[in-house]
Design a protein around this ligand. Structure first.
Ligand SMILES: Cc1cc2nc3c(=O)[nH]c(=O)nc-3n(C[C@H](O)[C@H](O)[C@H](O)COP(=O)(O)OP(=O)(O)OC[C@H]3O[C@@H](n4cnc5c(N)ncnc54)[C@H](O)[C@@H]3O)c2cc1C
Ligand code: HEM
Length: 400
């Protein structure tokens, strides 16, 4: 497996990593504070030229290694800064590499779906430093070079270790076996993976639909607990100008093939917990909640479970019939619905975050929250006001 060496010198503007054994913790390189401040200081030299740095970064990679262009989405204009931005964020937040160990290992496992090979890390690391150096001007120093090389190498080695240790395939093929439009913007569809795909209720998976949006991966949460027949239901909402979601909702058909990868996420049930539970879902944020509910139906006898399901209009409460069927069947389950933009809706009026607060008290409950970034943020704020301990809250935010 490739390992990255410390950059020894700046020669003629070309970055090259010598392949010597690399330290595995930043603490062995520099004082952590020193390294962090070097990274921040140097990034501030190029920050205002981010777009140009990104353009240069990709140009360096594709010029030197044209084959790597095939790993990236066709529409590089919209996607342009995804990788560079991600690396810069990862490097800059790396104050404590061990804290991010599991995340970086998972990221490395996940990168196999992009067809990333170990040798590509060196190429990308080199292009990263060359691009920053090109735009920083004379203030760039050899210490900055070293700091980025060191930090990047720690991240890369963790990602590579994660990729190397994963016994699973980089992705699974699956066939769409059902597809139903539930509203103008929402579809519910079912995928049958061609090989067994293990995941836990509440997790999410990456999905690519090569027929309509090749090489664009997005994450979606299966809406069912693992089944014997392996099938996975997805609830997808087409967002504004969204590339992938609109294809999944409006174009995808039964018989289409998708790729699925890397189950991730920790919004899972703790079977040892005896606390009652509250599930708060906004729109298609219902998907992982439904998966968790399905798991509970398999073993729960003792916990009261309350579901709060909110959307703008009643049309967006696209799966209410099924939810009501579950509530009718399981006496421990109750469902409260709310619309924020439908004055004649007979359930609760307003944002679901506010509606939850009208019920309660909730201080002793486990919470699971899922939906758009705005909805999740508002709900977490409300729960903090209600003094729900944050350790009892698990959440997935669909947007940053
Ligand atoms: C952990 C996790 C689980 C998820 N599970 C689901 C799921 O089960 N069902 C589901 O429908 N989605 C889910 N998502 C969201 C999904 O991953 C995509 O982000 C979403 O489908 C948009 O992708 P796109 O390619 O269509 O949009 P992009 O082309 O990526 O974005 C286009 C534009 O839309 C904006 N945008 C992106 N997402 C949203 C949004 N949710 N609301 C409003 N504007 C947005 C972007 O900022 C951008 O301006 C999940 C996200 C995460 C992080
Ligand atoms: C330190 C090393 C790296 C880090 C921290 C990193 C991080 C990331 C992150 C967080 C994403 C977004 C993931 C997503 O949206 O699902 C991403 C996307 C991607 N990465 Fe990496 N990456 C690294 C190295 C590499 C390398 C070496 C390659 C090989 C060329 C690569 C290729 C890609 C591709 C093709 C994408 C998808 C781009 C897109 O959709 O626009 N990455 N990376």
């Amino acid at each position: 497996m490739a390992q990255f060496g410390k950059r020894r010198a700046v020669e003629g503007g070309e970055s090259h990593f010598s392949c010597v054994v690399f330290p595995t913790a930043l603490t062995t390189l520099n004082g952590m504070g020193d390294l962090a401040s070097l990274l921040k200081e140097s990034w501030s030299l190029v920050e205002e030229h981010q777009d140009k740095v990104a353009g240069y970064f990709y140009a360096r990679i594709f010029l030197k290694y044209p084959d790597l262009r095939d790993l990236f989405p066709v529409q590089m204009d919209v996607q342009r800064s995804r990788l560079l931005g991600a690396i810069v964020t990862a490097v800059q937040t790396l104050e404590d590499p061990e804290r991010f160990d599991e995340y970086l290992r998972a990221l490395g496992r996940d990168h196999r779906k992009f067809h990333v090979e170990p040798e590509h890390y060196e190429v990308v690391g080199g292009a990263l430093i060359e691009s920053m150096r090109a735009f920083a001007g004379e203030e760039w120093s050899i210490e900055y070079d070293q700091a980025w090389a060191d930090a990047y190498a720690v991240i890369a080695s963790k990602m590579l270790a994660g990729a190397d240790a994963d016994p699973n395939p980089p992705y699974w093929y699956g066939e769409v076996v059902a597809h139903e439009r539930r509203s103008r913007d929402i579809a519910v569809f079912t995928v049958l993976p061609l090989q067994t795909l293990e995941y836990r209720a509440g997790q999410y998976l990456s999905l690519e639909c090569p027929r309509y949006q090749p090489r664009l991966w997005r994450v979606y949460s299966p809406a069912n607990a693992p089944r014997r027949d392996n099938t996975l239901d997805f609830h997808v909402r087409a967002v504004g100008a969204g590339w992938v979601s609109s294809a999944l909702v409006r174009r995808m058909q039964v018989g289409d093939m998708v790729k699925l990868a890397a189950p991730m996420g920790s919004m899972t049930l703790d079977r040892r917990s005896t606390r009652d539970a509250v599930f708060v879902a906004g729109g298609t944020g219902l998907a992982p909640i439904k998966s968790l509910l399905e798991e509970l139906t398999r073993y729960n006898r003792t916990r009261w479970v309350h579901v709060f399901f909110g959307a703008q209009t009643r049309e967006d409460l696209y799966d209410l019939a099924d939810l009501n069927r579950l509530a009718a069947r399981y006496p421990w389950l109750s469902v409260v619905t709310a619309c924020s933009d439908d004055p004649t809706f007979p359930g609760e009026q307003g944002y679901i975050s506010d509606v939850v607060a009208k019920y309660g008290p909730w201080k002793e409950h486990d919470f699971f929250v899922s939906g758009s970034g705005r909805m999740v943020k508002a709900t977490l704020k409300r729960l903090a006001e209600l003094q729900v301990p944050s350790v009892r809250i698990k959440y997935d935010s669909f947007t940053d």
